[in-house]
Design a protein. Sequence first.
Length: 243
Amino acid sequence: MHIRLINPNSTASMTAQALESALRVANQDTQVTAVNPSATPVSIEGAFDEALAVPGMLSEIRRGEAEGVDAYVIACFDDPGLHAAREIAKGPVIGICQAAVQVAMTISRRFSVVTTLPRSVPIIEDIVQTYGAGHHCRAVRAIDLPVLGLEEEPEKAERLLIDEIELAKTQDRAEAIILGCAGMSRLCERLTARTGVPVIDGVTAAVKIAEALVGAGYLTSKANGYDFPRQKAAPNGAAAMPS
C-alpha cells in the first residue's frame, strides 16, 4: 500500500522529520511518501494560516489520487481541511489530531495535550470536543514556543515539554499525553522514557490507523457527506472546475 503524508505548511525540514517518524513505525511492505506545498505558510499557528494552507494541501491530494495513493495523513495537529480532503479522496484521510485522540482514549481514561503556543489552546480544545473526547481531555497545555522553535531550539523545546508533561501528570492527573504538533514527533519515544507516561505522537498514530484501514479494505464513504464535489462551471465562461 502507498500512504502519502502531507505537511500543509511549506517547511521541508518539518516534512522530512514527520516522514522519518512515519517510516519508523510503518510496515516493511508499506510505501510512505511525504510532500508539502510550496506556497503555504512556513508554519500553521491559527485559523488564518490554516485557511491559506488548505488549497495547496487539497492540490497535493488530487495529485496523489492521480498517482494511485491508497491513504493520506494530514500532518498538522489542527487537522486543517480534513473534511474537504475526504470529499476528494477515495481512500482514508487521517488527521493526526483525530488519530492521537483515538489512541489516547483507547490506552487511557484521561489525557492532556501539550502544544506549542497559547493561541493554539482554544483551537485544540474545540477540535477535541468535536471528536467527542472533551470529557476525557483533562487540559490542553502550551510550552509557549513557536512551531519553528521546535527545530531552532530543540534542547529548549524538549526541556519545556518535559516540564509541562510533569505538570500534566500531577495537576491534571493525566494518564497519557498527546503531543499537539507534528514537529514534536521525533521526541515521542524520549519523552515517554523521561516522564513515565505514554506520550502519543499523532503522525505515527495516523500512519498505523491508515495501514489498518487500507489493509481491511475500507474506503471513504461516498454516500452523501463525503461524496465527490459536484462539477460546476467557473464564472465568466471559464473552464469547468475539476470534479
